[in-house]
Design a protein around this ligand. Structure first.
Ligand SMILES: Cc1cc2nc3c(=O)[nH]c(=O)nc-3n(C[C@H](O)[C@H](O)[C@H](O)COP(=O)(O)O)c2cc1C
Length: 372
């Protein structure tokens, strides 16, 4: 088996010893005040490894940035103190940890926002279908230009909080149909001001957030996650290669020292009409970006691809989602070709330790091989 997956790489100020990254994974185990609980420390501590990078779950940058019950925040002292336990536990094992910064925009429910305020977005376009509370998505309120710059500042403040909490850096959540993605895609942005219309305008908010966060905590501690091919939450762009190509070129030009770019590969369940699978892929973005690049999506079902990818592509890391949920010792298992625990989807978003901290470490006596 090729071994590039287990060679060192510098990401921001962290010198990693392997390229297996834990993908950001929402688990909804924080308390009612959006404060991480001791179990969360145990969960990340279990998944930390010497020289390994974890990206902690999407975390609200403000009280009104999303407010799913039991998702964590990074906007007050109690949350910062609780996250300190997590970062310390990971650092004590020799690992690094970034925090994913989250504003969900229209992907929420007014009943969950303090003051029952309407969700906000680039344009007054609701997501089709039912939200997680079982109701139709509401038509969001359009953000005014001054509010957009306030939110950029809120990202920067949250990034500073993350650094105070001991994180090695932050990953701006620019993927999966949340606020930044809602500005980027033509399906959710029909603005006619400087934040809508042209590619330059639709990517302006993303670039301003990167700029604001970089200024606040340093470019080398700032990263962004993007998902050009995801149809989740009605995302669809008329010209994905041009749109994200422009964005990546701008990032390369303006912020070449960002810690990394994180791209989610096209996956079957995220089909974008009009973009046949064969024509999709992250290769052009990968080429335009010269720094560390994390690729995610589907490695859980085909882990061997992680070996091939890192063998073929320099400066590349691979993020695993579902198999990191189910395998606290995933890097060791991949290194030794040990079988993987199967993940249990029914406990992804429940509460307590079941399906969270009770997945076993490898034990030759009980393990079952689920690898394809
Ligand atoms: C339970 C669950 C929670 C997730 N939460 C997040 C999240 O908070 N932020 C994010 O960017 N992606 C999130 N994702 C997507 C994963 O980070 C990852 O991209 C996806 O699972 C594909 O990787 P895999 O095939 O290795 O599972 C989540 C996925 C799952 C299964």
């Amino acid at each position: 088996m090729p071994t590039a997956l287990f060679t060192p790489i510098k990401v921001g100020s962290s010198l990693l010893r392997h390229r297996i990254v834990m993908s950001p994974l929402t688990r909804l185990r924080a308390d009612a005040d959006h404060v991480p609980v001791p179990l969360t420390t145990e969960y990340y501590q279990q998944r930390a490894s010497e020289g390994g990078l974890l990206v902690a779950e999407a975390t609200f940058i403000a009280e009104d940035a999303g407010v799913y019950p039991s998702a964590p925040g990074i906007y007050n002292d109690k949350q910062i103190e609780a996250w300190k336990n997590v970062t310390k536990a990971v650092h004590d094992k020799g690992g690094s940890i970034y925090l994913q910064l989250w504003h969900v925009g229209r992907a929420t429910v007014s009943a969950w926002i303090p003051g029952s305020k309407l969700p906000v977005s680039a344009s007054a376009i609701a997501i089709n279908g039912k939200n997680t509370a079982g109701m139709d998505y509401e038509v969001p309120r359009v953000l005014a230009v001054e509010e957009i710059s306030q939110i950029t500042q809120t990202y920067a403040d949250a990034a500073k909080n993350a650094i105070s909490a001991g994180f090695d850096g932050v990953e701006i959540h620019g993927a999966n149909g949340y606020l930044i993605d809602q500005f980027i895609n033509t399906s959710s942005n029909i603005r006619t001001d400087q934040y809508g219309g042209s590619i330059e305008n639709r990517t302006r908010f993303a670039l301003e957030v990167v700029e604001g966060v970089s200024k606040a905590i340093g470019e080398e501690r700032t990263a962004i996650r993007l998902s050009p091919w995801s149809g989740f939450q009605d995302m669809k762009d008329d010209t994905p290669y041009e749109t994200w190509g422009y964005l990546v070129n701008q990032l390369q030009e303006r912020h070449p020292r960002l810690a990394y770019l994180h791209f989610i590969e096209p996956r079957d369940q995220f089909i974008n009409d009009g973009n046949p699978t064969a024509d999709r892929g992250d290769a052009p973005f990968r080429k335009a970006w010269k720094g560390p690049f994390i690729t995610a999506g589907g490695y859980t079902t085909t882990p061997k691809r992680a070996f091939e990818t890192t063998e073929k592509l320099e400066n590349t890391l691979v993020a695993f989602g579902r198999s990191f949920i189910a395998n606290p010792d995933l890097p060791l298992r991949l290194k030794n070709d040990w079988p993987l625990n199967k993940y249990d989807r029914s406990t992804f978003y429940t509460s307590g330790s079941v399906g969270y901290t009770d997945y076993p470490y490898y034990n030759p006596g009980t393990a079952r091989d689920i690898k394809n």
